[in-house]
Design a protein. Structure first.
Length: 140
C-alpha cells in the first residue's frame, strides 16, 4: 500500500494500460492521434475520460496535501483556517466522486471491447465455381 504522502494514481494507470493494450500503442501516441482526428471517435472518448480521471486523482492528492498543511500539529485552527479545511474536504469529496464515476464508466466500456487482430494481408481466394452438372436432354 502506498504511503499517505505518496501520490497514487492507480485507477488512471490501470485505465491507461487497458487502453494501450486495446490499441497496441503508447497512450501519448493515442492521445495525439485522437487530437488529430476531426470527428469524435471512441479513442477520443477513451483518452478524454482517462485525462479527466487522472485530473481527479491529481486533485485528490493536491487537496489532501493542502488539508495536511492546514491541520498540521503546529498550526492553530482559527476561523479562517476552518473555512479552508471545509473547502478542502468538499473538494476531496467531489474529486473522489468524479474519479469513481470516470473509473467505473471507462472500465465498463473497456470491458466490453476486445482487440481485433490485424486483417490478413492476403485476401481469401474467391471460391471456385461449381462444376457444371451433367444434363441430359431428351429428344422426341
Amino acid at each position: 500500500m502506498p504511503r499517505p504522502d505518496t501520490p497514487s494514481h492507480t485507477e488512471s494507470e490501470r485505465v491507461a494500460q487497458r487502453i494501450e493494450a486495446l490499441y497496441g500503442q503508447p497512450l501519448a501516441e493515442l492521445e495525439a492521434l485522437a487530437d488529430a482526428t476531426p470527428e469524435t471517435t471512441l479513442l477520443a472518448a477513451l483518452t478524454g475520460t482517462h485525462s479527466d480521471l487522472a485530473l481527479a486523482e491529481r486533485n485528490i492528492v493536491f487537496q489532501l496535501q493542502r488539508l495536511r498543511e492546514l491541520t498540521a500539529p503546529d498550526r492553530e485552527i482559527g476561523r479562517f483556517a476552518a473555512g479552508h479545511i471545509l473547502d478542502c474536504a468538499r473538494r476531496i469529496a467531489e474529486s473522489v466522486a468524479s474519479r469513481d464515476a470516470y473509473a467505473k464508466s471507462t472500465s465498463a466500456v473497456l470491458g466490453g471491447l476486445r482487440r481485433v487482430s490485424a486483417p490478413d494481408t492476403h485476401p481469401p481466394a474467391p471460391p471456385l465455381p461449381a462444376a457444371p452438372t451433367a444434363t441430359t436432354s431428351r429428344t422426341r
